[in-house]
Design a binder for this molecule. Structure first.
Ligand code: UGA
Length: 448
């Protein structure tokens, strides 16, 4: 089938490359000609493991094309996917739909025949209705139908998630559109994924509900981690133990510095705003947002506590800037409030991240960027692990300790055991398993 994908960001690009891999004819459209030029040369606008190889292979095979000309792309297309951003509106936190609606209008103007328009962007309930209204308002002599087909891929493992989804959700309002989108997924490769057919509005809501639930799961375990510190428990064992209950499940129970990224913060906010518009209050989600927000800066206070109550004039080595491993994405990364707080408290920050330093430069100031973890640790009073990159899981801790001035290792991702760290002559501060540390942290939190 010929499929047009509008928006060559994370979702659009991964979806385009994967659909091409499965044998469809794909045209990826973006209104940024520089991005299209780079993609044609095989240069990816984002870091995602395996994406460059997949794009190159399918481009060379003639199944994947890039253009900034939507009209040309739409010739003989069976479906057009909308995969543009829906960032929170700075004024009120509602998802900003201007990019989605602009694309819808342009598709209506430039369509060359009947077309199924598929929303892959995460969009508030009712967006499909509005997109369909915009398409029909142009009075073009073609049949348009809008489908919601939310995407559940994670950055860092996006290709695997796309190719082996737990489920495919198709929210359609008529049999023609339902048939076209079902056919796109009815190819060898997707045959193991269950397809859930729903109404369009249900599919739109389902996507937000999934992200809100996962954010809630993470926030829950983060609060249990705090309690473990207070009572002398070990959050890793609690997570394992509750996760063994198949009703709970063991995934997304890793405690950390709070969830970040381009999805959970934005989507939890958006669903709570939508709910309020419909006079419903999602108290659990609103609490999750607040608890997670507070947690990020509280993590900086843990570093302050570990440093004996003050970081003024101290050098802190930060390992990891990206919001999670295997991405260069800094959007809503917990590293931002943590580093800014440490700087507010008078610390000098040295930092290293395998992929995110370039993006970090545009966001964080006054940081000394380093060539690797050991370079970052040079004469540092404390080393703080913020992102769970594999290369931070296998550090030569003795070598690291030989570089530092102080002996503090603050591990906000729980990557090490106390023994491993003690053997390298570090004092270890982690999360969810240190009662003394937690009591001290609470003292400072109360004082704030
Ligand atoms: C998330 C969802 O997991 C995807 O299913 C969804 O498609 C995507 O949002 C989206 O809506 O586009 P992503 O933001 O790429 O994917 O990253 P996650 O792996 O979900 O991690 C999000 C945040 O939660 C990160 O800050 C991560 O460090 C944190 N996290 C995750 C934890 O703190 N603990 C965990 O156990 C898991």
């Amino acid at each position: 089938m010929k499929i047009v994908i509008v928006g060559s960001g994370y979702v659009g690009l991964v979806a385009g490359a994967c659909f091409a891999e499965l044998g469809h004819q794909i045209v990826c459209v973006d209104n940024n000609p520089a991005k299209i030029g780079s993609l044609r040369e095989g240069v990816m606008p984002i870091y995602e493991p395996g994406l460059d190889v997949l794009v190159m292979r399918n481009a060379e095979a003639g199944r994947l094309h890039f253009t900034d000309d939507l009209g040309e792309a739409l010739i003989n297309a069976d479906a057009a996917f909308i995969a543009v951003g829906t960032p929170p509106r700075p004024t009120d936190g509602h998802a900003d739909m201007k990019y989605v609606y602009a694309v819808a209008r342009e598709i209506a103007e430039k369509a060359t025949g009947d077309l199924v328009v598929v929303d892959k962007s995460t969009v508030p309930v009712g967006t499909g209705d509005e997109v369909e209204r915009l398409l029909r308002a142009t009075n073009r002599p073609f049949r348009f139908s809008v489908v919601s087909n939310p995407e559940f891929l994670r950055e860092g493992v996006a290709i695997d998630d796309f190719m082996k989804p737990d489920r495919i959700v198709i929210g359609a309002e008529d049999d023609w559109a339902k048939g076209v989108v079902s056919a796109i997924y009815s190819v060898p490769g997707f045959d193991k994924a269950p397809i859930l057919h729903t109404s369009r509005r249900t599919a739109e809501l389902l996507k937000y509900a999934a992200n809100a639930f996962l954010a809630m799961k993470i926030t829950f375990i983060n609060e249990i981690a705090d309690l473990c510190e207070a009572v002398g428990g070990d959050v890793r064992d609690v997570a394992q133990g509750i996760g063994m209950d198949s009703r709970i499940g063991g995934k997304f129970l890793n405690t950390g510095p709070g969830y970040g990224g381009s999805c959970f913060p934005k989507d939890t906010l958006a669903i709570s705003k939508t709910a309020r518009d419909y006079r419903v209050q999602l108290r659990t989600v609103e609490t999750v947002i607040q608890v997670n927000e507070n947690r990020k800066r509280a993590m900086a206070l843990r570093v302050v506590d570990a440093c004996g109550g003050s970081v003024r004039g101290k050098t802190i080595a930060i390992l990891g800037l990206a919001f999670k491993a295997d991405t260069d994405d800094m959007r809503d990364s917990p590293s931002i409030p943590v580093i800014q707080a440490l700087q507010d408290f008078g610390a000098d920050v040295r930092a290293y991240d395998p992929e995110a330093m370039e993006n970090s430069r545009g966001i964080l100031n006054q940081i000394h960027y380093c060539s690797d973890a050991y370079d970052a640790a040079d004469k540092a009073d404390a080393v703080v692990i913020l992102t769970e990159w594999n290369e931070f899981k296998n550090l030569d801790l003795r070598k690291l300790r030989a570089k530092t001035s102080g002996r503090l290792l603050v591990d906000l991702r729980n990557l090490y055991t106390e023994d491993e760290v003690a053997n390298a002559d570090f004092d270890y501060w982690c999360i969810g398993r240190r009662a003394t540390f937690q009591r001290e942290a609470e003292h400072y939190l109360a004082a704030e």
